[in-house]
Design a protein around this ligand. Structure first.
Ligand code: GLP
Length: 213
């Protein structure tokens, strides 16, 4: 379902700017998109991608970096122009860059068990831009499953801010069955900086998909 939403965005506007996310949840979505590309149903040649977040201190070739994840799961399998792939870095203003390329048409999001989006942890500020953040101990713990040792999980990351995400024209948040509790909480009518994803109640075009497979 998520891949069809992204595919129809690509087919509606062949030079769309797609905001992409990492994590276990979008792996199937990216697999479906690669399949649709191979079947000639979608074309990435004019597509631009901007990623939601990245760990600080990991080289793009590091197997746990989000750049590596994106290459392995999607980017190296499709006909995207390498110059149109963007990740947040400490050395430039990512928000200005996003504005220059026309803004995000569709932003894909996951959600943390603690309600984070990107790496905007609880007690966030609702109007921040892309910046370096300290990761919450619970996030370090949750993400340690991808590392040999919890000590090797970076303690900081660079993430799109709440304003960056909210400026996307369309948002699709996807979550697996393990996130049922936090998605139930999201369905309640509470908007609080303690629960970063709750800001999405104010977005005019946000779809939340809970996959119970
Ligand atoms: C990380 C990422 C988030 C992502 C979250 C959920 O913390 N920074 O952007 O949404 O994980 O990941 P998963 O889908 O593996 O549960």
């Amino acid at each position: 379902m998520t891949s069809s939403i992204i595919a129809s965005q690509i087919n509606k506007k062949n030079d769309s700017v797609l905001g992409l996310a990492t994590g276990s949840t979008p792996v199937g979505t990216y697999r479906n998109l690669v399949e649709q590309y191979r079947n000639g149903q979608i074309d990435f040649s004019h597509i631009t991608t901007v990623n939601l977040d990245e760990y600080c201190g990991l080289e793009p070739k590091h197997p746990q970096s989000y750049r590596f994840f994106m290459d392995e799961n999607l980017l190296k399998h499709v006909n995207i122009n390498a110059e149109k792939i963007h990740f947040p870095t400490k050395n430039e203003n990512f928000d200005t860059k996003i504005q220059k390329i026309g803004g995000i048409d569709l932003q894909l999001l996951g959600i943390g068990h603690n309600g984070h989006i990107g790496f905007n942890e609880p007690d966030t500020v609702f109007y921040n831009n892309t910046r370096v953040v300290k990761l919450a101990p619970s996030t370090i713990n949750a993400n340690s499953r991808f590392f040999d040792d919890v000590a090797n999980v970076p303690k900081t990351a660079i993430t799109m801010g709440m304003s960056t995400i909210m400026a996307a024209r369309k948002i699709v948040l996807i979550a697996g069955a393990d996130k049922t509790e936090i998605i139930n909480k999201l369905s309640e009518d509470i908007v609080s900086p303690q629960f970063p994803a709750s800001i999405l109640h104010y977005h005019p075009d946000c779809t939340v998909i809970l996959s119970l497979e």
